[in-house]
Design a protein around this ligand. Structure first.
Ligand code: ADP
Ligand code: ASP
Ligand code: MG
Length: 592
């Protein structure tokens, strides 16, 4: 019998009528001949209210007790949902995370799922009951209740769908699908018919709160098709599957994270191991670092910048102050008034000029870019928070996202659905430690050179001017990073094919002269290493481990870009092959 997992978010179970409406959807699926698991979130704003209650008692509640408290929200809604189904004349049983056998690690408030024992669920389903599962929660080896992080019910739903090898996983929410950006922020946003796992993963972490990013890691790992749709209508929503909506579309969506903070350490000794030490200590505090930029040292000194979620800044400050003293940094600065705007698309990997279009559009609106990082399928810029909304709109418009691409897929899952579901055996092998890091490959690209502009004036339009000139010379740029330099100045590094190095270097030198900046610090041959897999960023220590392993082998990281599916580092050209060995050894346990 086919099996369906349906998940209803907070707004979809906000009151008794909504719970009854959701119950009817579940019953309908059952009547259509499916086994049905319903995952529910806490009602309405319950989780926020519970957090508020805790804050009234103490500013620093123990994480274990927070989980004890927050998990009650979902326990209320599962029982009410089961009662609703009973009242409509059908059989249902509610289960907490522990009762379903969702075992997690012990990282309270952001626990990871280790395994799900499906036996009890199966028994209930086989006896004809609709199973109502509490989202967002699990239990550790010591029977402590844990939660998976805000928005984690999506992850429960997809994890259950994976563990049960479900035929469908439907995420019912208050929008009717995944839009090209948050429709509340940009009303012209377009609903997409389909989006690929990789794109959704990047968008989710870049701020598209419609799906919990870790749920997409599960979906990708277990090839689970996810259907995001409205709780309040029956129109088809968006399918999250392996294939994108339109092949070659450079950008499929844009997102913003309004509350970011930037940390910059200046004047660090420029030797292998320094960056590694900074990142290792931040990672040990389990704080997700985002845009990470290390400048190639000028005058024997190096600068490091990175961003963290704004509310993590107080704990990061402590760590950073300590490590900057240990290392003898000249200064540390923070900016907690910044936002990150990103564009994502599988097609940008093969199409030049996407970054340039984004920088030009922002320049035309006079919006200054504080930092830039790019990966194969994502470009992120950091801007002052006051400009965040306008920047999001601007890039959404610049890429014409409100208009459907001419070759867009029709609504639906696409071809190959049956095959995807036929891999139970393979799945079972992977169920142990479900949320572990997976490294698919480590590759080396020795075809590139690096150009670095140092201390150029930090003003709107600078990046646009730089990459316009490079593009006009017919040179394709691969990685780009821009970071804050000395007071009022910026550093921009980018990589180009070695064959174009001379011309790019001349262009950069001309530009530096024009701007009154020092001569560029470039390198005709660099090695770019890419480590790709699943969980590259949600496992907060992957970048730090790379830095450490390379540093211990005496190699300095010159550029880095991180994304959900891939971390790239650029190092000196001579070290490429050795670096691959080092990283293969470092990640041996995760390599598949
Ligand atoms: P639920 O409680 O059902 O889990 P969420 O509030 O977590 O719902 O997610 C739905 C919300 O996500 C929408 O109301 C919308 O404002 C927001 N959102 C952000 N980005 C997007 C996007 N790209 N597409 C659709 N919704 C988005
Ligand atoms: N109730 C939890 C939250 O508000 C989990 C969820 O809704 O997904 O974050
Ligand atoms: Mg949600």
């Amino acid at each position: 019998m086919p099996l369906i997992v349906q998940k209803f978010g907070g707004t979809s179970v906000a009151d008794s009528n909504k719970i009854l409406a959701a119950a009817r959807k579940a019953i309908r699926a059952k009547m259509e001949g499916n086994q049905v698991v319903v995952v529910v979130s806490a009602m309405g704003h319950t989780t926020d209210e519970l957090i508020g209650l805790a804050k009234q008692i103490t500013e620093t509640p123990a994480a274990r007790e927070m989980d004890m408290l927050l998990s009650t929200g979902e326990q209320v809604s599962i029982s009410l949902m089961a009662m609703a189904i009973h009242s409509l004349g059908h059989e249902a049983i509610s289960m907490t995370g522990a009762q379903m056998g969702i075992v997690t690690d012990s990282t309270h408030t952001k626990a990871r799922i280790r395994s799900i024992s499906t036996e009890r669920l199966r028994r209930a389903l086989e006896s004809g009951k609709i199973v109502i599962a509490a989202g967002f929660q699990g239990i550790d080896d010591d029977f402590n209740i844990t939660t998976l992080g805000r928005g984690g019910s999506d992850t429960t739903a997809v994890a259950l769908a994976a563990a049960l090898n479900a035929d469908a996983c439907e995420i019912y929410t208050d929008v009717d699908g995944v839009y090209t950006t948050d429709p509340r922020l940009v009303p012209e946003a377009r609903k997409t018919n389909r989006i690929s796992y990789d794109e959704m993963l990047e968008l989710a972490t870049a701020g598209a709160g419609v799906m919990h990013n870790r749920s997409i890691e599960f979906a990708k790992k277990f090839s689970t098709p996810v259907h995001v749709r409205s709780s309040f209508s029956d129109v088809p929503g968006t399918f999250i599957v392996a294939q994108p909506e339109a092949p070659n579309q450079p950008v499929c969506g844009a997102a913003v994270i309004k509350n970011e903070a930037r940390v910059t350490l200046r004047g660090l000794p420029d030797r292998p191991g320094v960056a590694a030490q900074v990142f290792a200590q931040v990672a040990a505090a389990k704080v997700p670092m985002d845009m990470i930029v290390q400048n190639v040292g000028a005058g024997g000194k190096a600068d490091i910048s990175f961003t963290v979620p704004r509310d993590e800044l107080p704990s990061v400050r402590k760590v950073v102050e300590q490590v900057s003293q240990q290392l003898g940094a000249e200064s540390v600065s923070y900016d907690d008034d910044v936002s990150k705007v990103s564009v994502v698309g599988l097609g940008m990997a093969t199409q030049p000029g996407v970054a340039r279009t984004m920088f030009r559009a922002l320049a035309e609106k006079g919006i200054n870019i504080d930092m830039i990082t790019t990966s194969e399928i994502k470009i992120s810029v950091l801007v002052a928070r006051d400009f965040a909304q306008e920047a999001l709109r601007t890039v959404h418009e610049a890429f014409g996202l409100s208009i459907a691409p001419p070759n867009a897929a029709a609504p639906g899952e696409g071809a190959g659905a049956a095959d995807r579901r036929n891999h139970t055996k393979e799945l079972l092998a992977r169920l142990e430690r479900m949320e572990d890091l997976i490294i698919e490959d480590i590759t080396l690209d020795e075809s590139q050179a690096r150009v670095t502009l140092v201390d150029v004036p930090d003003r709107p339009g600078l990046a646009a001017q730089c990459f316009d000139e490079i593009a006009e010379a017919g040179i394709n740029v691969d990685m780009i990073v821009q970071s804050v330099g000395n007071e009022g100045q910026a550093n921009i590094s980018f990589t180009v094919p070695q064959a174009d190095y001379q011309r790019a270097a001349v262009k950069a030198a001309d530009l530096a002269k024009l701007l009154g900046s020092p001569a560029p610090a470039s390198s005709p041959k660099v090695a770019k290493l890419s480590v790709f897999g699943i969980g590259m960023k949600s496992h907060t220590d992957v970048a730090a481990r790379m830095f450490r392993a390379l540093a211990e082998a005496g190699m300095n990281v010159e550029m880095i870009s991180t994304s959900e599916v891939r971390i790239n580092v650029v190092i000196a050209g001579a070290h490429g092959a050795k670096a691959v060995d080092v990283l293969r050894r470092e990640f041996a346990e995760a390599l598949v």
